[in-house]
Design a protein around this ligand. Structure first.
Ligand SMILES: [Zn+2]
Ligand SMILES: [Zn+2]
Length: 437
């Protein structure tokens, strides 16, 4: 469905969903409660041993060992450290996938927790600390728990569950590399058969523990990395007319992009953010250099809007450079498409989330300008992605250290909430329409 139609469907949906209500599943609640102490252990072990993207070998080995102990036959080494295992129920039914990302970030931990990471690594040539600063250790522990709970119910299950443990969500180890979900798909993550739906979650400091955030339709942004090179002609800083100043042209192009978004793009339904994070040029105060380089990010929610903004950006760059006698080259690399929760799947998943934590604890998430490569899976099959709050009661989510902070310390009680919500949603989907082969 085109994104505009999806958006419209999502609007209709938000009015209709509140009518439907799933019943809380005592087996999901009991399993999550029973597994919670072990999920805490798994999480602390993973937290103390974080690994950067595509280096999650220890993490993947722990996951595979756990899945084997449950009687599953995990496939390992997918893209390059991903793990996939299929749990077959006793009866025919839908095939659903559940996904957790496994990678940590080049961040030096400052939480002071007893199980804090002291790991170090080399990231793009630089020595760095390594930390699960985005909470993916929580995601892995939650999915290990969900796998154990569902494996224990297999004699009563209809359908199949595909567990997907994914590397490198945070981006490619080297720029331009295929990574994460895209690479797992390319290397046969769904080789056993495409699932009918995929679910994913993220721990989130912006919500209280016990809360879940969800929305239908576009949810997280598409993230592009752009780089603009403006080539002029070097000359003395006191005599600009003898050369072509690439710094002024770069500044004009950057400002023109901001006017373009404000004046030329309909941002009502699908917002756009275009940011420059680097502007590098020159070596000395009185030399106009040959060239200038700007690097930044573009965030969008609609593929058509994204294409349009890139085309306008290219035109601005070319025409402003031409007007000044310079030249400009723009390169855009997409790191993740927009995460769009399938409206039909969202209609089915929302009541499950409400049943798991209580309808009053499920909040409609605002659009997030961050990105998530879960979108690669959700572009392949219908996907739904929700947020699990990690700020303890009595603390203000607005002032807590957020994901990617060296101080991010999610409330471990969120493990139980995550397991319960994922289990309820998975079991409700498995009890739905059997798959049409
Ligand atoms: Zn992150
Ligand atoms: Zn993350």
């Amino acid at each position: 469905m085109p994104v505009r139609a999806r958006l419209f469907a999502a609007l209709l949906l938000s009015a209709a969903v509140s009518a439907a209500l799933a019943a809380p599943r005592p087996e999901a609640e009991a399993a999550a409660r029973t597994l919670q102490p072990r999920a805490v252990e798994w999480r602390r072990d993973l937290h103390a041993h974080p690994e950067l993207g595509n280096q999650e070998t220890r993490t993947a080995a722990k996951v595979a060992e756990h899945l084997r102990a449950l009687g599953l036959e995990p496939r390992t080494g997918i893209g390059p450290t991903g793990v996939v295992a299929v749990l077959k129920g006793a009866r025919p039914g839908p095939r659903i996938a559940l996904r957790a990302d496994m990678d940590a970030l080049p961040v030096t931990e400052q939480t002071g927790l007893p199980f804090a990471s002291t790991a170090t690594a080399t990231y793009r040539g630089q020595p760095v600390g390594v930390m699960h600063a985005c909470g993916h250790d929580m995601h892995v522990a939650i999915l290990m728990g969900v796998a154990e709970a569902l494996a224990g119910m297999r004699d009563e299950l209809a359908g199949e569950v595909v567990f997907v443990f994914q590397p490198a969500e945070e981006g490619p180890p080297e720029p331009g590399e295929t990574f994460g979900a895209r690479r797992m798909l390319d290397e046969g993550a769904f080789a056993g058969g495409e699932p009918d739906a995929i679910l994913g979650l993220h721990v989130w400091a912006g919500l209280h523990t016990g809360q879940i955030g969800f929305r239908s339709g576009p949810s997280l942004a598409s993230a592009d990395e752009w780089s603009l090179t403006v080539t002029g002609r070097q000359t003395h800083g006191s005599r600009p007319w003898d050369g072509v100043d690439p710094i002024t042209v770069g500044a004009q192009i950057l400002l023109a992009t901001q006017s373009m978004i404000a004046r030329q793009v309909n941002i009502v339904n699908a917002p756009v953010v275009l940011t420059a994070g680097q502007f590098q040029s020159g070596v000395r105060f009185n030399i106009i250099p040959d060239d200038a380089r700007l690097v930044g990010t573009l965030r969008t929610y609609d593929p058509a809007v994204r294409e349009d903004v890139i085309a306008r950006f290219e035109r601005i760059a070319t025409d402003y450079a031409h007007a000044a006698g310079a030249s400009a080259e723009l390169q855009v690399v997409n790191n993740a498409p927009a995460t769009i929760n399938d409206p039909e799947l969202a209609r089915r998943v929302l009541p499950s989330l409400q049943a798991a934590v209580g309808a009053e604890h499920v909040v409609e998430m605002p659009l997030q300008t961050i990105a998530e490569d879960f979108s690669q899976f959700a572009n392949a099959v219908p996907g739904a992605y929700f947020f699990v709050g990690t700020t303890p009661q009595g603390r203000d989510p607005a002032t807590m250290p957020i994901n990617h902070s060296p101080h991010y310390a999610p409330d471990e009680a969120a493990l139980e909430i995550g397991m319960r919500a994922m289990l309820q949603a998975a079991l409700d989907l498995l009890d739905g329409e059997p798959r049409r082969e």
